[in-house]
Each structure stands twice: as structure tokens, then as C-alpha cells.
Design a protein around this ligand. Structure first.
Ligand code: 5RP
Length: 233
């Protein structure tokens, strides 16, 4: 199976397994989560699924949700009232405890707000995302306000991490997030404690959010090249 087919099978598989009529859903970001959004849209169009209220985690999810006619709200709308039944989202890395790194698509801030407001969280990945230690291969994204760039980078260096400002493609200069902030991509040289770092990184003045997701133990749907879908509770 090629990469896109694996992503499609994984996104659709999570929807089939978990999404039911009447649910309030978080719509994830990234190429794998997008297949889940599309499948929710297709099931709504077919009438197989009804009474879904959804909160997008990014403009990507918003645009896809609008395209499919999925009823969309903010997390603060009375129809959602700050809590969701389920969020399905992708991840850049997942370890054996189901701790994740997210934010490769730059949407970590709202992804985290939405995931942490959900009673249930499911992560959809292909097998290449499984790692023993988070943060050694795929960099951990960190969203920060632009004014804090150098002080935050120096603090990260003192913590033993290498931090790089994320540069935009087809636009000169850095990536600007959907909330007007910069992103740093952090690499650690040695295995780290993701749960401790998720808290510690947020203490640095100017940091808005970091890509460690450790407070939830998501169900993980792992799509494999042999066409199987591994579901880990
Ligand atoms: C976006 C994310 C994505 O979910 C993550 O980058 C995985 O994306 P993909 O499924 O395209 O590999 O965290 O901010």
C-alpha cells in the first residue's frame, strides 16, 4: 500500500470505529486527519451519520469541514459549550505510552486546546510515526510570541535543546501561525521526559504552546503498509 492509501485507511478506520450520530467532534489537522474529516463529511452527506457538531483545529480543517457541509462551531459556542465527545487527529511521533508530538502542520495550539477539551482522543498515524523516544528524530514544535524569539531560544539551548525558527515556504521569512505567532522546531540530543517538559516549556515567558501531548492517553490507530490497521487502547 502506498503512503496515501495507508493514511486514508487509517483516517477512515478511526471514524468507522469511533464516530456516532449526535457526537460533538474535534476535527484534526494534517494529511491523515484530513481523511477522517472527509469520511465524516461523506457519511453526513449519505445520511449514515446525523446531528454532528464539530470544532476545527485549523483553517485546513475548517475549509475541509465547510466543503463537506459539516456543521462547524467554535469551542465556545453554546452548541459545544467547551467540551467535545471525541477528537481524531494526526501526530508526528507516538511512543509506547501513547505520548505524542504534534504540530508538524503548525496547528499545535488549537489542536491541544481541542484535544484537552475532549472526553476521548484518538490519534491516526502510519507505522513510521512510532518511536521509542519522542523528540530525537522529528523536532518538537513550540509556538511563541515573536518578541520572545531570542530569549526563548537561549533558554532552550540551556536546557540542552537545539531550536530552529521555522521558515515559510513560498513566503519570505518565518512561518506565522494562525494566531500571529512564530514557531520553533526543537531537537533534543538525548532522551527526555516528555511529561515534565510539556509543563516546563510552558513556563518560559513568551511560549504559547509546545508540541508534547502527554496529558491524554489516546487510542492510537496505526496504519501499516501491509493493509492492516492496528488499534491500540
Ligand atoms: C499538525 C499536526 C499533524 O496532525 C501532524 O503533523 C501529522 O500530520 P500528517 O498526518 O500529515 O503526517 O500535528 O499540526
Amino acid at each position: 500500500m502506498d503512503q496515501q492509501a495507508i493514511k486514508a485507511m487509517t483516517g477512515k478506520g478511526a471514524v468507522e470505529a469511533l464516530v456516532r450520530s449526535g457526537m460533538k467532534l474535534g476535527l484534526g489537522t494534517g494529511s491523515t486527519a484530513l481523511y477522517a474529516v472527509r469520511h465524516i463529511g461523506a457519511l453526513l452527506r449519505a445520511g449514515t451519520l446525523r446531528d454532528i457538531r464539530a470544532v476545527p483545529t485549523s483553517y485546513q480543517a475548517l475549509i475541509e469541514g465547510e466543503h463537506w457541509g459539516i456543521p462547524l462551531f467554535t469551542l465556545n459556542a453554546p452548541e459545544i459549550a467547551g467540551t467535545l465527545d471525541l477528537t481524531i487527529d494526526g501526530a508526528d511521533e507516538v511512543d509506547s505510552r501513547h505520548y505524542c508530538v504534534k504540530g508538524g502542520g503548525g496547528a499545535l495550539l488549537v489542536e491541544k486546546i481541542v484535544a484537552y477539551a475532549s472526553a476521548s482522543f484518538a490519534v491516526v498515524v502510519d507505522e513510521s510515526k512510532q518511536v521509542e523516544h519522542l523528540g530525537l528524530h522529528f523536532p518538537v514544535p513550540l509556538e511563541l510570541i515573536p518578541e520572545a524569539r531570542i530569549p526563548v531560544m537561549k533558554t532552550l539551548e540551556a536546557l540542552g535543546a537545539e531550536a530552529q525558527l521555522r521558515e515559510a515556504l513560498r513566503k519570505a521569512g518565518p512561518v506565522i501561525t494562525e494566531h500571529g505567532n512564530f514557531l520553533l522546531d526543537i531537537r533534543f540530543k538525548h532522551p527526555v521526559d516528555p511529561a515534565a517538559l510539556e509543563i516546563e516549556l510552558n513556563q518560559i515567558p513568551g511560549v504559547v504552546a509546545n508540541g508534547f501531548f502527554t496529558r491524554l492517553r489516546p487510542r492510537v490507530f496505526i496504519g501499516r503498509a501491509d493493509g492492516t490497521l492496528d488499534i491500540r487502547e
